[in-house]
Design a protein around this ligand. Structure first.
Ligand code: SAM
Length: 335
């Protein structure tokens, strides 16, 4: 066992796990090697970990020299960082051990980045198809952050999503092919009847998501798309999905409303997106900072005003409705 209260290896910064504030420990997890267990109850939006990479794949100069490039970069690290790297899980033992440690543990440093990072602690976090935490690269900190998105009980495993979405057979196939393991998360291990129900919901979610992402539908049948968004949100609630699928859905709804000139609702959904990003990536999340201006003025976003069919002013958000009436307004269900 490697308790998280020990000093992080050189190059790895770990702001939360000081001896005074131990949120988690690294422990053996049945069937998954090691993993992170919560040491205390953790609430959503709590920063669990913020960590700089031990090193990045920027040192790789070509496919042919990958192993040699990595060996050189590794030798340049302090001894404890080298040990931390070499102790990480290798899912593909045999030739090219360094490349395969990267393959087993690397995270891209941002959604569009070709550069991967290896982390002493974050790389120990196992996958779940219903994760209770979300990771993201914070370019302002130059660190990967992990925030809780659901309440996590002391003793519960902290989990991230390596790949999200779809019914269990699709997910299992992708995880096996892309990451080389058979997923045994709590969703994939549900009893058959429950798994079937969950799969049914997630197949429906996939179809709804396809419709919501279809620009023709958003342009010509926005009322139907908005209805599908509401159904999808209901499925996410039922399935306990609070990862980036949820913030993406909020952003999609923002765009549907904004595209048709409904600035009042667009502003509400932009705010929901920002709040969810604050929970999953912190108040200094780039996505949050970039979207905040559209809460104030949705018309500044590129999606604004292809039509004015739903035209409202931003100030038209009602203030005196009860919850039920407000929800009806929000989903454009009032006459
Ligand atoms: C990035 S490592 C995570 C930490 C690793 N368990 C360890 O011992 O260092 C990824 C590996 O953990 C295991 N793993 C992660 N999530 C899993 C899951 N849901 N089911 C089964 N094995 C899992 C697999 O062996 C996978 O290749």
């Amino acid at each position: 066992m490697a308790p998280s209260s020990t000093s992080p290896p050189n190059g790895a910064s770990d702001v939360t796990n000081t001896p005074k504030n131990i949120l988690w420990t690294i422990e053996p997890i049945a069937g998954k090697g090691k993993g992170l267990l919560a040491a205390v109850d953790i609430k959503p939006s709590k920063l669990i970990l913020s960590e700089a990479p031990l090193f990045t794949t920027e040192c790789i100069t070509s496919m042919e020299t990958t192993e040699a490039d990595l060996a050189r970069a590794l030798r340049a690290l302090p001894k404890d960082s080298q040990r931390a790297f070499l102790s990480l899980h290798n899912n593909y033992p045999g030739k090219n051990p360094l490349s395969n440690i990267i393959r087993s543990n690397g995270y891209p440093l941002g959604p569009d980045s070709d550069v991967g990072g290896i982390f002493a602690n974050i790389s120990r976090i196992n996958h779940s198809c219903r994760p209770n935490a979300v990771h993201s690269w914070n370019p302002l900190l130059n660190q990967e952050t992990v925030y809780a998105v659901r309440p996590i009980k002391a003793g519960e495993e902290i989990t991230l999503s390596y790949h999200a979405g779809g019914p269990s057979n699709t997910r299992k196939e992708i995880l096996k092919e892309g990451f080389g393991f058979d997923c045994t998360c709590e969703i994939c291990s549900l009893p058959e009847t429950e798994l079937k129900k969950s799969d049914g919901r997630l197949i429906r979610a996939q179809n709804l998501d396809d419709n919501i992402g279809n620009s023709e539908s958003v342009r010509y049948s926005p009322a139907k798309v908005l209805k599908n968004c509401k159904t999808l949100l209901g499925i996410y609630e039922e399935e306990g999905i609070r990862d980036d699928r949820l913030s993406r859905l909020y952003f999609d709804i923002f765009q549907v409303c904004n595209m048709h000139g409904d600035q009042a609702r667009a502003s509400v959904w932009a705010r929901k997106y920002c709040e969810q990003k604050k929970t999953s990536a912190g108040r200094d999340s780039i996505d949050l900072l970039e979207t905040m201006p559209f809460v104030k003025d949705p018309s500044k976003h590129g999606s604004f005003g292809s039509t004015q069919d739903w035209k409202t002013e931003k100030k038209a958000v009602p203030k005196d409705l009860d919850n039920e009436a407000y929800e009806k307004w929000l989903w454009r269900e009032t006459a």
